[in-house]
Design a protein around this ligand. Structure first.
Ligand code: GCW
Length: 665
């Protein structure tokens, strides 16, 4: 039979496509399953009795993409211990997927597809997965005008002006991506919250999103502005102990639940960086949180109350959250969770864990990570954050003796609250590739995977992500995984090694400004406040001779951090003001060591460029070039950081840059 010419050309076209470097924009994230053909669909069966929309979705995903043996899906309400998890048993002839909840079937379906896409050995499957945290939640810092605070991937995904009537297809894609990694909740709006979000009009818009997300097991939460009663309805004030204010919240919460029956609750930033809160009326954080908790309680809603509080006082900023919150331990309702940033200052490239973790033994606590790279080069720098997240999760607080890791303090294994949760500030925006940098997708992915199972290793998560997002070719996977694993430490090295922190240019937090003005503005927003460079040395004295922040850590950490020789060198300048000539563990002076770290960071990024350049054959043209250009920016920025910081600090140290390092230009 002769082929029609047009068909022939089509075949050539598809055959040659990879060599032309076809458009590949990153919009598919790690979800690149190829539809199975009709033949395969006939040969194997995906069986399911249940008719729940989420269970049907699980079946549909497997029907469309599963290439393995037939699957029997089973909902077993008695298997409660699985929570939202699942059990998979199987071999080459059949697979059995069991869950207690419909969402467990969906998570199980994505697990199977992940195994398939990463070419895992599936000859004998016996898997049981139960999530470590009940609530795995993204925080969007999205404003209602669609700008995103600290967002570097374009405008907000939420097209408020079109909602609820027009629904972007990306809402569902977003929900699917989250479900595929186990994320089950989202806060739609910025913690610097506009009261508007609680108006009737916006509740309709929020409902439209909640209706799409529900099928994917995702509950919607909102950031609430504490002054809402006053601003929206003209109440005299928003004092949490006044009945009229309490009633206002009860009515508002009822209205929300009428439209969104599975509404999750409120996230609140109160009395922090100018936001209103209970202290405006002489009340405590507990008074404020409890008022909201009481309004939400009848519907099963939660309050996530942030501990990110500090004021420009004489007190060390790093100590203030602990000082404000520890005295309130035990005073919060059981549907309040205190949301604590991983570090005591603010999402720096490296910080010790916040000492509040484990210090409030009668109050539920959750971690807030930051996926968006406010302090790690925006979406210009490649920085794989799983190692940063793990560093906090694995840190031992010693709150109940050895082994009291931040993960265990928050996941319910040590202290039991009504619900356990873990959160992170999203890096998602309207950009075609969702996150600005192709590799920033890995940070969204890694957060979801760790929220599900905090024992996973950063390497394994990177491995999964690379194989699903790019290719299974080992020649690609191995060097890219290494680059990812090295990337966060490289950022620390070229920006703020050895425990330096917050020496960013004022407010935008992209480039260096260690010389930041000492007199004008809030002292606690000035880099000098943090690095304290002088002719003697560098660093923040947080020992007993300084702010004594070390005393907020349980023994033996207080003395480990407090001793200049016992403190881990990666945190040395966080806890100590160290003489330039101090001898480091390897025998070098502090000054030389500082120079070497800055230089090493630069060299590492150059190494990433070389690694990436060699991988062109494995990557589509578009993503290859886009990552290549971002690495160019990162490489220049690394030199900028190194030169700026070393030349500035040298005006104090008056010591030469070691001769074998690259000179500032
Ligand atoms: O670090 C600061 C950010 C602010 C942010 C604040 C917070 C949402 O620079 O942009 O405001 O943290 O976490 O509340």
């Amino acid at each position: 039979m002769t082929m029609l010419p047009i068909k022939k050309y089509l075949i050539y076209f598809f055959f040659l496509l990879p060599f032309f470097g076809y458009a590949e924009d990153g919009s598919q994230l790690w979800l690149r399953y190829k539809p199975v053909d009709a033949q395969t669909q006939k040969q194997r069966h995906i069986r399911l009795q249940d008719k729940h929309e989420t269970a049907l979705l699980a079946k549909q995903e497997l029907d469309s993409y599963w290439r393995g043996p037939s699957i029997e899906m089973h909902l077993d309400k008695k298997a409660k211990r699985l929570k939202e998890g699942y059990q998979i048993k199987g071999d080459t002839s059949a697979v059995y997927l069991t869950a207690a909840e419909p969402i467990g079937l969906l998570y199980g379906a994505y697990h199977l597809l992940r195994l398939q896409e990463t070419k895992a050995d599936m000859r004998h499957l016996y898997i049981e997965e139960i999530p470590d945290y009940d609530i795995r939640i993204l925080n969007h810092w999205d404003n209602l005008d669609r700008t995103v605070e600290r967002g570097y991937a374009g405008y907000s995904l939420w097209r408020w002006e079109e909602l609820p009537h027009k629904l972007s297809p990306r809402y569902e894609e977003y929900a699917r991506a989250n479900a595929s990694i186990g994320i089950n909740a989202t806060v739609l709006n910025n913690v610097n919250a506009s009261p508007q979000i609680l108006t009737g009009d916006y509740i309709q818009k929020v409902k439209a999103l909640a209706d799409i997300f529900r099928k994917y097991g995702i509950r919607v939460y909102l950031s609430a502005n504490f002054s809402s009663p006053k601003v929206l309805d003209g109440l005299a004030d928003s004092d949490p102990l006044r009945k009229e204010v309490q009633d206002w919240w009860k009515v508002k919460v009822k209205e929300i639940y009428q439209h969104i029956p599975d509404f999750g609750g409120f996230l609140v930033k109160a009395n922090s960086e100018g936001q209103p809160g209970p202290q405006d009326y002489g009340r405590t954080h507990a008074d404020g949180a409890n008022m909201l908790a009481d309004a939400l309680k009848p519907y099963g809603g939660l309050v996530m109350w942030r501990a990110f509080v500090y004021n420009p006082t004489e007190e060390d900023r790093a100590k203030q959250a602990y000082q404000e919150f520890v005295p309130l331990d035990g005073e919060f309702r059981d549907n309040v969770i205190i949301q604590i940033k991983n570090g005591p200052v603010d999402f720096q490239p490296r910080e010790p864990f916040t000492p509040l973790f484990g210090a409030m033994k009668h109050t539920a606590q959750m971690i807030e990570f930051q996926i968006t790279q406010e302090y790690l080069g925006f979406s210009n720098h490649l920085a794989y954050l799983a190692p940063l997240f793990k560093e906090t999760l694995d840190a031992d607080t010693y709150s109940e003796g050895k082994g009291s890791t931040v993960a265990r303090v928050t996941d319910g294994s040590m202290f039991r609250g009504e619900k356990t949760a873990v959160s992170a500030v999203a890096n998602i925006g309207e950009d075609t590739n969702w996150t600005g940098h192709h590799f920033a997708q890995a940070n969204w992915y890694a957060f979801g995977r760790l929220a599900w199972n905090h024992q996973l290793s950063s390497e394994d998560i990177a491995n999964e992500w690379i194989r699903q997002t790019f290719t299974n070719a080992v020649d690609f996977v191995t060097p890219v995984r290494q680059m990812m694993m090295d990337s966060r430490e490289a950022v620390v090295d070229y920006m703020m090694p050895l425990g330096l922190h917050h020496i960013f240019a004022f407010d935008h937090h992209y480039g260096p400004e260690p010389w930041g003005d000492r007199k004008g503005g809030r002292p606690d927003w000035m880099p000098w406040y943090y690095h304290n460079a002088d002719t003697i040395g560098l660093g923040f004295d947080r020992t007993a001779t300084g702010s004594n922040a070390v005393s907020q850590y349980y023994p033996p950490l207080d003395s480990i951090y407090g001793g200049i020789n016992s403190c881990p060198e990666s945190l040395l300048l966080w806890f100590h003001h160290v003489p330039w000539t101090h001898t480091m563990k390897n025998g070098r002076t502090l000054w030389d060591e500082l120079c070497i770290h800055y230089d090493r960071g630069v060299q590492q990024v150059r190494g990433f460029q070389k690694t990436w350049d060699k991988l062109q054959a494995h990557v589509d043209q578009q993503r290859f070039l886009e990552v290549q250009s971002k690495l160019k920016i990162q490489s220049k920025d690394a030199v900028w950081w190194k030169d700026a910081c070393l030349l500035y600090f040298q005006t104090f140290s008056k010591m030469p840059i070691p001769y074998d390092l690259e000179r500032p230009v």
